[in-house]
Design a protein around this ligand. Sequence first.
Ligand code: GLN
Length: 480
Amino acid sequence: MVPGQLPYWKTRQRYLEGSLKPSEHLEEIFENIEKWEPVINAYISLRDKEELRKASKQADKAYMQGTARPLEGAFLAVKDNIMTIELPTTAGSLMLKGFMPGYEATVVKKLKNAGAIIIGKTNLDEYAMGSTTEYSAYGPTRNPLDPNRVPGGSSGGSGAVLAYGGADLALGSDTGGSVRLPAAYTGTIGLKPTYGTVSRYGLIPYANSLEQISPMARDLIDTALLFEYMAGKDPFDATSVDYDYTGLSERIREGLDPSTLRICLPQELFEHTDPVILKTLDRLYGKLESQGATVEEIKIPVLRHVLPAYYTIAFAEAASNLARYDGSLYPCRNQDAKSWEDNVIGARTSCFGREVKRRILMGVYVLSEGYRDAYYVAASKIRRLVKEAMLSATRHCVISSPASPVFPPRLSETLDDPLKMYALDRMTVTANLAGIPALVHPLAYTEQGLPIPVQWMAHPFGEELLFRVALLAEKLIQNS
Ligand code: GLN
């Protein structure tokens, strides 16, 4: 994270004391956007400045009158695969260029009701398919901590705007690591919540059984606060569940007694990791142990197979989800088409990018007659084993691992080698296959200013535990 950026809860304290107004804070954000955006390219679209100034004045008034809601005057960046009525939703694809959805995502509605102000829509890999935000039809996003490097993906735009101070809070989506990798690479925080806790209504689907709209922020308290107002059962999403997170961001400040903590380190999630990252993690685990926590290495051999299982299932779901883009309902059309087939082929050929096409082809292949059992069914079996193993392990422990095997790659470094790019997700996809919550936050920085993050995973609905552990880890490592 670029130094000097406050988390929202501290900005809110200043709003409440009267030492800063939302309308003044907005001008600071505009300045950051003007300074950074020409290089970083994190926003696909921004709202009209005057419209935002008007909204911020309303927030000023609410603070003056003592009627401010919990997220009043929080400027929110929304990943561009989450539907909004203020701005188009492109999913980073030419297929949806200029697409204005007829309704907004439940999560967006909830956050607006809590006082958040949408500032813009952030860049992503096309349809959230990627790990670096280089597969966007609207150009790659760069990492504010080192513009020669990627910000991670697919929610790289959301990570980048938080890092440079272009928003207070951000939404991403996480199908296989898409908020956690950007958090890992931009020094921000990303939580992939328990499957079902956040409504997916209004999220442009990539792989429904794996993904969640997910909160991102500049610190842990903010992330918990944002999540608290996103979560909840939604009649428009049959997979959503009722679990009450009210008061989460307050409760986690109470801390955690380290001697009650059992941390398990699956060795498979530490393989192929940069030694500098491993060293910092070792230092953390040592600190936790010296405070009375139990830290133990465990083996979950099936975790060696999570990448192929994840990508097989994700491709299959993607191929089926993307069948709807047939050149009739959405903006991309083949104007000169002579027939319906001609239109379908023309639109899909010209408006889908290379990676999306690769995934559709692979997805159709793994589902096709004669291959289904060998690929999709086999992957589903691995998924079940991963889920069982993780549910059993998280019954007794909080799982810890690196968030990524490497530091952020340079631009183009992984672009022409899909397997190299997929391998960046080595540590993150497990939580999506298992449906469990996972949190990534920075522990320290290298001399070059690159973040060294950690990942925590817990049992379903264990977000509170994750935040408490993360706050403890942050405190221990900072004081060492
Ligand atoms: N990198 C992974 C993929 O491309 C995850 C993306 C995501 O979480 N949306 O599938």
